[in-house]
Structure formats: structure tokens, C-alpha cells
Design a protein around this ligand. Structure first.
Ligand code: 6PG
Length: 470
């Protein structure tokens, strides 16, 4: 009997938690997983929510259990598995129904799926969901792309399950087709940069100031109630103070220093490069993860070169305070870049991405949630045409305060051989961005010299060539 309000396909950690969240909000949820045992286990573990869960062993029964017009959320591994599910559902669902891909899809796949969609097929929504398992269960941040009419239909349930920031749901329709998945990708790119910069600052405290994990945890705990107040700073403090009973040390000290990555950070960089909008801090963070994975090579290089000697070390509160401000400055660079990439993509794909709204729906629920995002939301609301976050009055003032500490930290780290590629990229980005007369005149001359590519002159009109070799 058709009784469920919405369905969820894929009962991995994210799908299962999202289904429970839906049920918790008073909706009846149909569930289906390719492995039937997983579906049964889910239904058995649903506890007090069990009577709002309709579990099916086949896709046909699952679709039949949904009230018409039907809405189905797919939460499976991005890529082929999504195409398989969409085509299986297309055969069972009809015009007026909606398929919602809630995985971390590459937005180009989402765009392709929209293009390939037949006129009379179910509608499609590409929905970015952030917040990990906990967010999926109790309120994630949700970024929606697709037809606005389709959004209107799913809006009540999506806003009900989303995180709330001061009562405002952290879910919004951001534009047509791939807009939601694109914004989720950039969210993750920024997440990479945020995490990398935190790790760099941790590295300075660990390897330069010789602080142990619990002491570093205390510093992060203090920062957690200042301008860096954010989920990532909170969990960093939590992680650093977690003791491992078997090893007798902080668990972080026995975790292998090779970071995984599933692709969203890399996609952010690829898209930023394709549009010619630099996201150097995100790029540095992605590269740092790749370098971290080359453990054997790094070990051989240390054996060959050793570590640089310490040449300078400041002690005490001065450096800790500089580290906090450097992190804030680095964060401004990463977010300015991420938002600039979104602004460019918005034009290129005709989405009309609402930057202030994006900042607003990232204030709670998602991995990068922070006080800082509330400030970004205000800055873009007050300055919707700002070419770069750094040029809004609030952030320009913040940069003026944090610029010198960032420089001091990056200089000290470089002098002492401590890797801070993402923080250093922030210095390079700002210094290049704010210098009206750069050095590309020389590059233009070189290009003209070897390839007659031409250049513009400040004292003449039109394309010019140099008198090379005359
Ligand atoms: C989120 C996270 C989530 C996931 C990433 C991690 O917003 O909830 O970003 O999407 O944790 O897949 O990506 P990596 O495995 O690439 O670090």
C-alpha cells in the first residue's frame, strides 16, 4: 500500500541516518538497500521510529510503497551506482515524481544526468548534504540544485530535516541542475583548506614549540571561543586531548600521517582552474594531502636531507596569538577564493548562485560551520557586488589586523623548515591580489619574444610587439 511520504535508497551510514532523521520529523519513510539484509537490519534497529519506516526487499515494492507523486532520495556512492539507480527508478517512476541524488556527486555528472533526462521522466534534484553521520541524523546543511518547482515540492521535508541556525533552516534552493552539487564541492574544497591550515598551525606548535597534544588541545579550546569559533576547531581540540589507553599517548600521536581524499577537494581545484579563478589555498591543501600519502618518499627524502636546523624561535603568548591570527587570515583567503569560484561558476552556468544564502546555510549543520560564516553572510548581504570577500569592509578590516601575524608565522615556519603550504599560499594570494603593478609585464614580453603573442602598452592603443633582436 502506498503510504510513505518519501523514500531513501542506500542505507549506508549517511542514508540510514537521513532516513531516521526524516522519520523523526514525523514523516513516513520508505527504505531500500541493494543488500536486503541491510534493509532488514535497519528496520529492526529503528526502535521508536519503526512504525514510520516502510522497508522493502525489492525496488518495485519500494516504489509501490510511496505516495504519489513520489519523492526518492538516493544516497549511494557517487558515480556509476547513481546512474544505475536513476535508470532503474526511471523505469518504475513517472513524470511528476522526483529523484533526489543526495551523494557527493561531481556536478558535471549531475549536469549530464539533467541533460539526458527524458521530457517525461521523473524530475531530478542534485542535493549536496554536509554534516557527516551526526548531521545526517540530527540536521545537516542542504544545498539544492534542480527545477525550482521540484524544490517547492520537497521543501517541507528538506527544511524539516535540515540543521537550524537561530531557527532558520540551513537548506536552500541554489539554482538549476548542478548548482547544489557544485556548491557542495566548493564547501568541501574550503573544508580541505580549513583542515590543512589547522594542521599546519598544529605542526608549528608540535614541531617548533615542542608542545604535546594535550597542551595544543588547550590552545585550540581557547581559540574555540574567539573569532575562530567553529566545528573544526572544536573537534580539533577534542581529537588532540583524546588519550589512547593501549599506546599510553594521545591517539593523534599514533595515527599515520597520510590523509585520504575522495575527490571533492580536487574537483574544486580543477573547476577553479578551468574558470581561471585561482583557489591557491584549496589547491595547496589538496596537494598537501597527496604529498602526505607519499610516506615512503618523504622518509627517504628526510634520510637524504635531514631536517633544517632551527634558526629562530619565539616563545610564549606572542607566537600563540600570531598563530591564531595567521589561521584567521588564512581562512579569509580560502573562503574568499571559494566564494570567488562560486561567483564565476554562477555566471558560467547561469545559476544565479546566492552567495549570502550559501553562507547562511553553512552556518549550522555542515562541517565548516562557524561564527565566521555568519560574518560572511552579513558581508555578502551588505555588499552583494563585492568582487572578493577580502574587499568587503568587514573582511578588509579583519585582514588588516591579521596580515602581519600571518607574515610572521609563515616567515618563521619557512626559516625553520616547517611546511605551511596553505598558509604561505594565502600570503602569496593577498600580495599578488593587492599589488596594482605586478610582474606580468615581463611574462607578456617573454611570450611576445618567443611566440609573437603580442602585448598591450600603457602608453599606446592596440596590440603591440617588441623590437626583439633588432
Ligand atoms: C561533509 C563532508 C563529507 C565527507 C567528505 C570527506 O560535508 O559532510 O565533507 O562530504 O566527509 O566526503 O571527504 P574526503 O574523504 O575527501 O576528505
Amino acid at each position: 500500500m502506498a503510504q510513505a511520504d518519501i523514500g531513501v535508497i542506500g542505507l549506508g551510514v549517511m542514508g540510514a541516518n537521513l532516513a531516521l532523521n526524516i522519520a523523526d520529523n514525523g514523516y513516513t519513510v520508505a527504505v531500500y538497500n541493494r543488500t536486503a539484509a541491510r534493509t532488514e537490519a535497519f528496520a529492526a534497529e529503528a526502535g521508536r521510529l519503526a512504525d514510520r519506516v516502510v522497508a522493502s526487499a525489492t525496488l518495485e515494492d519500494f516504489v509501490a510503497s510511496l505516495k504519489s507523486p513520489r519523492s526518492v532520495i538516493i544516497m549511494v556512492k557517487a558515480g556509476d551506482a547513481v546512474d544505475e539507480q536513476v535508470s532503474a527508478l526511471n523505469a518504475l517512476m513517472e513524470d511528476g515524481d522526483i529523484i533526489i541524488d543526495a551523494g557527493n556527486a561531481n556536478f558535471r555528472d549531475t549536469m549530464r544526468r539533467f541533460e539526458q533526462r527524458a521530457q517525461t521522466a521523473p524530475g531530478l534534484i542534485g542535493m549536496g548534504v554536509s554534516g557527516g553521520a551526526e548531521g545526517a541524523r540530527h540536521g545537516p546543511s542542504i544545498m539544492v540544485g534542480g527545477a525550482q518547482d521540484d524544490w517547492r515540492r520537497i521543501e517541507p521535508v528538506v527544511t524539516a530535516i535540515a540543521a537550524k541556525y537561530k531557527g532558520e533552516p540551513c537548506a536552500a534552493w541554489l539554482g538549476e541542475n548542478g548548482a547544489g552539487h557544485f556548491v557542495k564541492t566548493i564547501h568541501n574544497g574550503i573544508e580541505y583548506a580549513d583542515m590543512q591550515m589547522i594542521a599546519e598551525v598544529y605542526g608549528v606548535m608540535r614541531d617548533h614549540l615542542n608542545m604535546d597534544a594535550p597542551s595544543i588541545a588547550s590552545v585550540f579550546s581557547v581559540w574555540a571561543s574567539g573569532p575562530l569559533d567553529s566545528y573544526l576547531i572544536d573537534i580539533t581540540a577534542e581529537v588532540l586531548k583524546t588519550h589512547d589507553a593501549s599506546a599510553g599517548v594521545a591517539i593523534v600521536d599514533v595515527i599515520v600521517d597520510a590523509a585520504g581524499q575522495k575527490g571533492t577537494g580536487r574537483w574544486s581545484v580543477i573547476e577553479s582552474q578551468m574558470m581561471g579563478v585561482p583557489a591557491t589555498s584549496i589547491e595547496a591543501a589538496v596537494a598537501a594531502r597527496s604529498l602526505s600519502a607519499m610516506r615512503e618518499e618523504r622518509k627517504a627524502a628526510q634520510d637524504r636531507f635531514g631536517l633544517p636546523p632551527m634558526v629562530e624561535r619565539r616563545e610564549g603568548n606572542a607566537i600563540i596569538s600570531d598563530l591564531e591570527n595567521a589561521l584567521l587570515a588564512g581562512k579569509i583567503a580560502a573562503y574568499a577564493q571559494g566564494f570567488a569560484v562560486m561567483a564565476a561558476a554562477s555566471k558560467e552556468f547561469g545559476w544565479g548562485l546566492p552567495l549570502a544564502t550559501i553562507a547562511r546555510i553553512w552556518r549550522a549543520g555542515c562541517i565548516i560551520r562557524s561564527r565566521f560564516l555568519d560574518e560572511i553572510a552579513t558581508a555578502f548581504t551588505e555588499n552583494p557586488e563585492a568582487p572578493n570577500l577580502a574587499m568587503t569592509p568587514e573582511f578588509a578590516a579583519m585582514l588588516e589586523k591579521t596580515d602581519a601575524p600571518l607574515r610572521r608565522i609563515v616567515s618563521e615556519a619557512v626559516l625553520n623548515g616547517l611546511p605551511v603550504p596553505a598558509l604561505a599560499s594565502a600570503v602569496g594570494y593577498f600580495d599578488t591580489y593587492r599589488r596594482a603593478r605586478g610582474t606580468a609585464n615581463l611574462i607578456q614580453a617573454q611570450r611576445d619574444f618567443f611566440g609573437a603573442h603580442g602585448f598591450a602598452r600603457s602608453d599606446m592603443e592596440g596590440e603591440q610587439h617588441g623590437p626583439w633582436g633588432e
